[in-house]
Ligand binder design. Structure first.
Ligand code: HEC
Length: 110
């Protein structure tokens, strides 16, 4: 087959892989992360994110961070406080998903 055709096929085959690498998690994993957010993070931050042992995580406050900054905070935790780092349990992409959720799909819209 001529070279340009091969190139087009290569790009078409590569696109879904690029999409996967670039931030789309499976719906199932997103569901798991949502459960983790309200149950595990919620055990300190409150099941509705209104705070408890940890501070409330309202949308306005979450948007004071960049998405990358928030993801890094989730992965690394806050040294010297009860906020643990989640790098052992979450990938960078998953932490970014949680950060995005806190900034845009946050039930605590204050
Ligand atoms: C064991 C309790 C605990 C758990 C579990 C926990 N956190 Fe925290 N988190 C804290 C504490 C305490 C702080 C406040 C740290 C400080 O004083 O700066 C905090 C701070 C934060 C902040 C910064 C808040 C701000 O106002 O700047 C974010 C964002 C955050 N946590 C997100 C999460 C997420 C997402 C999870 C789950 C993946 C999680 N936390 C799980 C205790 C916890």
């Amino acid at each position: 087959m001529p070279f340009p055709t091969r190139l087009v096929l290569l790009v078409i085959c590569w696109l879904p892989i690029a999409a996967l690498a670039d931030g789309s998690l499976s719906a199932e994993r997103e569901q798991e992360l949502e459960t983790l957010l309200y149950q595990d993070c919620g055990s300190c931050h409150g099941m509705t994110l209104r705070g408890g042992l940890g501070p409330a995580l309202p949308k306005s406050r979450m948007n004071a961070y960049s998405r990358e900054g928030l993801a890094a905070l989730i992965l690394n935790g806050v040294a010297g406080t009860a906020m643990p780092g989640w790098a052992g349990l979450l990938s960078q992409q998953e932490a970014r998903w949680l950060a995005d959720h806190l900034q845009n799909d946050n039930p605590l819209d204050e």
